[in-house]
Design a protein around this ligand. Structure first.
Ligand SMILES: Nc1ncnc2c1ncn2[C@@H]1O[C@H](COP(=O)(O)OP(=O)(O)OP(=O)(O)O)[C@@H](O)[C@H]1O
Ligand SMILES: [Mg+2]
Length: 225
């Protein structure tokens, strides 16, 4: 009988990361359809979220009314949402040999709670290991752009100019700049896992790069790793 680890390796786990408004959700919806058309068995999920319990935790995390939430509470809530998501969705999907596309994952926790909030990065990594059971993406795409541009997109398009920002979007610009730097540092430390895509370009151009990167990985990358 195959070990659980071997079965997990049948699937392909791809996460997409980047600052607010980089286009992660926009592109993942399209990517999911495009990969399905190519014949891949693909599932799209997101963090925090992906299960009923994790979505309840997401609501707590994003609620602008929770402005007194401590950084540690925030970190533990992300870990709790992730533990449930792994067991309920990600691991079973990988065992079934599917391509799992995840909108944000552990790198967001390191970038936001570590580089953004200043919590100890080693502690965050331990918690990530605990929550994931040390199952990490094979490939992580970083949609990189100046956070000022991303926040402007979110304001203009998603909120229609109305002031309905969530708890994290309300942070000042230096917080978001630290997060961008955090993602780029993570990518620099482990280049084999990461691909950085310039997300300041048009939706069409960004998607073309993303699709080429992911399909190239699915066709060739897995054999090399
Ligand atoms: N390359 C682009 N050019 C112009 N507008 C874009 C581009 N990419 C995304 N947008 C628009 O910016 C807004 C934010 O995009 P999206 O919600 O996909 O970002 P996100 O990375 O998922 O953000 P968040 O981290 O807040 O979830 C959307 O209204 C989307 O249509
Ligand atoms: Mg999104």
């Amino acid at each position: 009988m195959e070990t659980v680890e071997r079965q997990i390796r049948n699937g392909v786990f791809i996460s997409i990361e980047g600052p607010e408004g980089a286009g992660k959700s926009t592109h993942l919806n399209r990517l999911k359809d495009a990969l399905a058309t190519e014949g891949y068995d693909v599932i799209l999920t997101r963090e925090p979220g992906g299960t009923t319990i994790s979505d309840s935790i997401r609501a707590l995390l994003l609620d602008a009314g929770n402005d007194n939430m401590t950084s540690l509470t925030e970190l533990l809530l992300y870990a709790a949402a992730r533990a449930q998501h792994m067991q309920e969705v990600i691991i079973p999907s990988l065992q079934a040999g599917r391509v799992v596309l995840c909108d944000r994952f552990t790198d967001s926790t390191i970038a936001y709670q570590g580089y953004g909030r200043g919590l100890d990065i080693q502690l965050i990594k331990h918690l990530n290991d605990l929550a994931t059971g040390a199952v990490y993406p094979h490939l992580t795409i970083i949609l990189d752009l100046d956070p000022a541009l991303g926040l402007e997109r979110v304001n203009r398009f998603r909120h229609g100019g109305q002031d309905s920002k969530d708890r994290l979007e309300r942070e000042d610009i230096s917080f978001h700049q630290r997060i961008r730097k955090g993602f780029l540092r993570l990518a620099a430390k482990e280049p084999a896992r990461y691909r950085i895509i310039d997300a300041s370009r048009s939706i069409e151009n960004v998607f073309a790069s993303l699709f080429a990167t992911v399909t190239d990985y699915l066709r060739h990358g897995r054999q090399q790793s």
